[in-house]
Design a protein around this ligand. Structure first.
Ligand SMILES: O=C(O)C(=O)CO
Length: 367
């Protein structure tokens, strides 16, 4: 929004102050955009559909949205408090949200029957209550595809950071732990001749495997609901989940979070894994029982874990997993390349606009 400020948008009759919307005189105002926190602004009224945006988003997506809609935005990098959200959405037609917003029946009730479409700046939509949307005929847009490459790239980085102990290396360089060169210091398993198991071989799982193949992986295994014809090009073997966790040196979780996958990685599963296995999760934190993971890492049931997602997010800085050298935690940055996030913001807008016009969304969740 600070960049939007430079444009000096003509504000419509509504200005939000500390998150509360109040009626004010129309006028040119850019200063309101310069406060970095708790400022929400309504723009571009004039018979256009009203939409609410729950966070500061890239200018590209916001500008496109502002052309067609009267936009209220929570102009902050922090999450909108639930009470502020509920106060600001009565009568909106569209909701532009993020994966960290909980969009449940109460939110939809607060918006009221005018709410036609919800569009999330994410491929995951586990934060949106689908049953409530179905009941009310609310359509949902999401952002698959465009974040596949960035997420797969980051997964390779996380896997190598974990297996080759890159974070420990950097820490030791900084804290004086780097002594003389020692043959087995900071060693870990390589990908050459390894077996990589992908839990969920969707778009992102395939893109991860394609990137790992040139490292000389010997076998790719995958599990999931269905055998995928595209797996033959890797090639990857479709195996039962149990076989995958028992036989993989690297277990990479790239499935979506749903009733079937929630808590999938628990004590019983970690016990089946090899004591040399590296566990990597880029899906959702709730796929893993974190207490069981902690136990597996501290008792040597598995060798190390790399997580780009946790429960909760952010993970409290005193969380036991953060005390372990054999656990690497990234702050949910899988899709965080600049071009990807900008593309996501535009696709989220295009989905919302299509939903509001009653047109086919470029990417719609099938309810
Ligand atoms: O899009 C998602 O669902 C993510 O987790 C981050 O890109």
């Amino acid at each position: 929004m600070q960049r939007t400020a430079a444009i000096g948008l003509r504000l419509s009759a509504r200005v939000c102050y500390r998150g509360f919307s109040v009626r004010k005189a129309t006028g040119i105002c850019s200063s309101i955009f310069t406060s970095s926190k708790v400022t929400a602004v309504n723009m571009n009224s004039g018979g256009k559909p009203r939409v609410y945006v729950t966070r500061r988003i890239p200018k590209e997506g916001l500008d496109l949205l502002s052309k067609e809609c009267e936009v209220s935005i929570w102009d902050s990098d922090d999450a909108v408090p639930q009470d502020v959200l509920l106060k600001n959405i009565p009568g909106i037609s569209g909701l532009y949200c993020l994966l960290s917003d909980r969009i449940d029946g109460a939110v939809m009730d607060a918006a009221g029957p005018s709410l036609k479409a919800i569009s999330t700046l994410s491929v995951g939509y586990d934060h949106i209550n689908l049953d409530e949307c179905r009941k009310r005929g609310i359509r949902i847009g999401y952002t698959p595809g465009i974040l596949t490459d960035a997420t797969a790239e980051l997964t390779v980085g996380l896997l190598l950071t974990t297996s080759r102990r890159l974070a420990e290396g950097v820490t030791n360089v900084k804290n004086g732990g780097w002594g003389t060169w020692k043959p087995m210091w900071l060693t870990g398993p390589g990908l050459l001749n390894s077996t990589v198991g992908l839990v969920g071989l969707g778009r992102i799982g395939m893109a991860i495997a394609q990137r790992l193949k040139p490292f000389g992986v010997k076998r790719f295994l995958y599990s999931g609901n269905n055998k995928k014809p595209e797996a033959d090009s890797l090639p990857a073997e479709f195996v039962p989940f149990e076989t995958l966790v028992k036989e993989s040196g690297f277990v990479v979780v790239s499935c979506s979070l749903n009733a079937q996958t929630k808590g999938l990685f628990n004590k019983k599963v970690f016990e089946m894994m090899s004591s040399n296995a590296i566990f990597v999760n880029i899906s959702r934190g709730a796929v893993v029982n974190q207490d069981d993971l902690h136990e597996a890492l501290t008792t040597g049931q598995i060798r190390a874990a790399g997580l780009d997602v946790t429960t909760p997010e952010p993970l409290p800085t005193d969380h036991p997993l953060l005390k372990l050298d054999n656990c690497v935690v990234f702050p949910h940055i899988g899709s965080a390349s600049e071009e990807t996030r900008i593309a996501m913001s535009i696709l989220t807008t295009r989905n919302l606009l299509a939903g509001l016009m009653g047109e086919e969304m470029p990417e719609e969740v099938q309810l």
